[in-house]
Design a protein around this ligand. Sequence first.
Ligand SMILES: [Mg+2]
Length: 394
Amino acid sequence: MKIKEVRTFVVDCFRTNWVFVKIVTDEGLYGIGEGTLEYKEPTLVAAIHDLEYGLIGKDPLNTELLWHDNYRDAYWRGGPVFMSALAAVDQALWDLKGKYLNCPVWQLLGGKVRDKVPCYANGWFSRRGQAGSLEPEEFAACAEEEIANMHWKGLKWDPFGSAWRQLTLPELKRALRCVEKVKEVVGDKCDILIECHGRFDLPCALELSRQLEPYGVKWMEEPIIPDSLEAYAEFRRHSRVSVSGGERLYSLQQFRTAVAMGAFDYLQPDVSHAGGLTEVKKIAALADTQHLPICCHNPSGPVANAATLAFAASTPLYFYHETMSQDVTWRREICNEDVKIEDGFMYIGDRPGLGVDIDEKECLKHPFKATHLRHYVGTLTQIRPDDAVSYYKK
Ligand SMILES: [Mg+2]
């Protein structure tokens, strides 16, 4: 069996565009992967097709060799675009291998260590329609509804509006009031996770950490501008609130440095950006040497979720599964994902491969639409259309 063709699909999904890859063999068998990289979709597609040279004519079952050779032969290593391309291809090859052997990918990664993973929700604050939550009371109303309906184990959100580097006193007070309002309605029913999207400088992040301490926040995610791991290590030394990060690290080597420096309490590699399942399994082994939990960054589409779930299923130190609480109506049309959520847990499926296929015709009905970063213009919560729906079975 040899790889014959590499196809890519870019599908508008309102917040961003999903990027899927389909690797087809001369025997007709194929695998699906996802590398969704916001604001870089056409670049990512080009990077995936750059890899064709190292894929066409090769045996798709040699996942380790193909990863190694494609990484080596890129010469220009690393970075979000290349590592997401490699990740998407790697996922597709694992999917293909699972289908070839008629078993789920988690079986090939060591078998199941669990039947379900605890989920925290993201995107829940968009329940109020396209305008998204802006006022603390609106966040609280959405939080109350989500926890009553879905019993998520945690709620994550960014309450910082358009802030960058520093918070003014009114901005700080407004953010704290938002946390307070949400905490009032959810009580001890779920964890509170504060997403900072890499906004702040070190003194601002530390002040914020002190102010958030009374609310029992589970973690502050990317509290500091992401380029300096030294600043993260310094933050972690002085903060009594735990710190999570890693969605903007793309390789085992980068995670090795972060772990050695003590930059994070919770590691958040993305299976679509950090080289795929082949690389993230190695990152898990590294994390295990310091008993650091992994909570993958997982805000994207159906194939990325399936790949993350295969990793979660087979990895003892996996802790918390990021889950978007709703999505565009056509998520149900463009794929056959079978996601079951009950009592805040997502269940591990038994289908061969990654267990999800895309419908090419349906994908083509939702062509690429350019989107832009919403973080610093105050429209961060406007990430779902008015008619957004659940994409899972309760
Ligand atoms: Mg994040």
